[in-house]
Design a binder for this molecule. Structure first.
Ligand SMILES: Cc1cc2nc3c(=O)[nH]c(=O)nc-3n(C[C@H](O)[C@H](O)[C@H](O)COP(=O)(O)OP(=O)(O)OC[C@H]3O[C@@H](n4cnc5c(N)ncnc54)[C@H](O)[C@@H]3O)c2cc1C
Length: 474
């Protein structure tokens, strides 16, 4: 039973002081404009309080981007995300876009620079500067940040005129007219994000996309085609499809893969990592959790081919939607297209196959691929018959990587899934089921690919939730 002494009140309670929660609190207090500029907190601004379970704040920000924090990306659009309602996501990203977050940090002295593939980092190279900027802004805006303060339960108001309650592990209770839930997902639980918000939202009756670890490394069978190649880096297109789909059907117009991504793949002792592996990992885990019979195939050819299906993206700032929305990616080459493209390869008639291929692909990879296809790496190119050409096509463009699993939540950068965006109001992220409850960040079913897209979602959604919660007090 709570004593009155343990009861606290505020206008807007923000639970979770990660990227999304810190930003939501600033927006709710009226301290940022839609252009990211600092605003003087109005005299009648709502009383906003932030609670965080861990005493050490911003742990995920500090470890992000290898300690450099990739705060956003110069080229963000809804195709960079997996979600249930892309149209709503598009609107939210437009309300608080990358230009605004750039202004937010730069106008507060944290300059950003754009690197390869559009990634934005602080010029200092220190994630700590990103966190300090956020914490200093919260302090300037007069927002109390209480930590450690672990919320154990959220209780909706019995009627619309009453308040939301949050009960804490120490027995105290906070009451507020509006509650913003920003407790993140379940990935890297040692940072404090252990799925509290996901469980609460489900218990309160919301429809959830089942959470899965995403942006993580892949585990492959130890006898698979990449065995023994740890340390090798190669460009690849990865496609996840139901196993029943025959390799040659993959390039058919009617086939929709479960996931497809293009980029750099790094072979590890346990499997594969790197941007392309990260981008398909959530879909792989989801399929494996659902006991679906799926195959993950690698195309090592198309990205090295100047006239290939991906060539139009060469020199572009980012690979196409790389791709949490597989329909946006080019289809793999058909055998006919491969043979037409590989003319220069087949023109090297007197060369050994492995030697001819290694002008394009890493030598260490070539031998294994060719042998796995039943071809002799030392065969002269001119000796390859029609059947051999087909085998070679499959060996280079449709290699079954023998997927076993992913590294799971312990190492995942994000949790895919969460409360459906369709369950939230499109501009304020207020629950359609329970008025007064706003959600932002990773508790919502919006997952970005690697490259700063998840922080951009935290900023944009935090801004929307904060402004939405504050609107009631205007
Ligand atoms: C290793 C790693 C590297 C990453 N690098 C990048 C990158 O460079 N760029 C990028 O865009 N994304 C990156 N991400 C993803 C990004 O960090 C997250 O998408 C983002 O931090 C999510 O923000 P959030 O505020 O929704 O959740 P979180 O950052 O998880 O914050 C949730 C907060 O809520 C608190 N909390 C949880 N439960 C409770 C409770 N019951 N009571 C009170 N407080 C609670 C937690 O302690 C935490 O402070 C990375 C993630 C990891 C793990």
């Amino acid at each position: 039973m709570n004593s009155d002494q343990d009861d606290h009140h505020c206008d807007i309670l923000v639970v979770g002081a990660g990227a999304a929660g810190l930003f939501a609190a600033l927006a709710a207090r009226g301290a940022i404009g839609a252009d990211g500029r600092r605003r003087n907190v109005p005299a009648n601004a709502p009383h906003v309080v932030l609670l965080n379970n861990e005493a050490r704040l911003g742990l995920k920000i500090l470890v992000s981007g290898g300690g450099r924090c990739n705060v956003s990306n110069g080229h963000v659009d809804e195709g960079d995300y997996e979600t249930d309602t892309p149209r709503v996501l598009k609107g939210l990203l437009r309300e608080f876009p990358v230009e605004s977050i750039r202004t937010f940090f730069e106008s507060r002295g944290c300059r950003l620079q754009q690197e390869a593939l559009g990634k934005l980092f602080p010029c200092s190279g220190k994630a700590r500067d990103v966190l300090q900027t956020l914490l200093a802004s919260v302090e300037d805006a007069g927002i109390p940040l209480i930590a450690p303060a672990q919320v154990d339960r959220l209780i909706p108001p019995a009627s619309e005129s009453l308040s939301w309650s949050a009960t804490l592990a120490d027995g105290s209770r906070w009451q507020a007219n509006r509650l913003i839930l920003a407790t993140g997902g379940k990935s890297l639980p040692k940072t404090g994000s252990r799925g509290f918000g996901l469980t609460q939202l489900a218990q309160l009756g919301h429809t959830m996309a089942p959470p899965v670890p995403a942006l993580t490394s892949m585990r492959l069978h130890p006898d698979g085609p990449l065995a023994g190649l740890a340390g090798l880096t190669v460009a690849a297109v990865l496609t996840l499809s139901p196993t029943r789909v025959e390799p040659e059907q993959l390039s058919g117009a009617r086939h929709r893969p479960l996931a497809r991504a293009a980029g750099s793949l790094l072979v590890t002792h346990k499997g594969a990592t790197g941007p392309v592996a990260f981008d398909v990992s959530g879909a792989c885990q989801r399929a494996l959790d659902g006991a679906d019979d799926v195959t993950l195939r690698a195309d090592f050819w198309s990205l090295s081919e100047s006239a290939g299906v991906w060539s139009e993206y060469r020199g572009q700032p980012k690979p196409p939607g790389a791709c949490l929305q597989p329909k946006l990616t080019p289809r793999p080459p058909t055998r006919e297209l491969f043979e037409a493209q590989a003319k220069d390869l087949f023109a090297q008639g007197d060369r050994n196959l492995a030697v001819a291929l290694s002008t394009r692909l890493p030598r260490a990879l070539v031998g294994g691929l060719v042998r796995a296809a039943g071809l002799d790496p030392d065969i002269k190119v001119k000796q390859i018959d029609t059947r051999g050409r087909r085998q070679l096509f499959l060996a280079l463009t449709q290699v079954d990587l023998r997927l076993q699993g992913t590294d799971g939540y312990e190492k995942a950068e994000v949790t895919a899934g969460g409360v459906l965006l369709a369950q939230l109001e499109r501009r304020t992220l207020e629950s359609r089921l329970l008025p007064g409850l706003h959600c932002c960040g990773e508790v919502v079913n919006v997952t970005g690919r690697l490259g700063g897209f998840n922080f951009q979602w935290a900023w944009s959604s935090g801004y929307a939730a904060g402004m939405g919660a504050a609107a009631q007090f205007a």
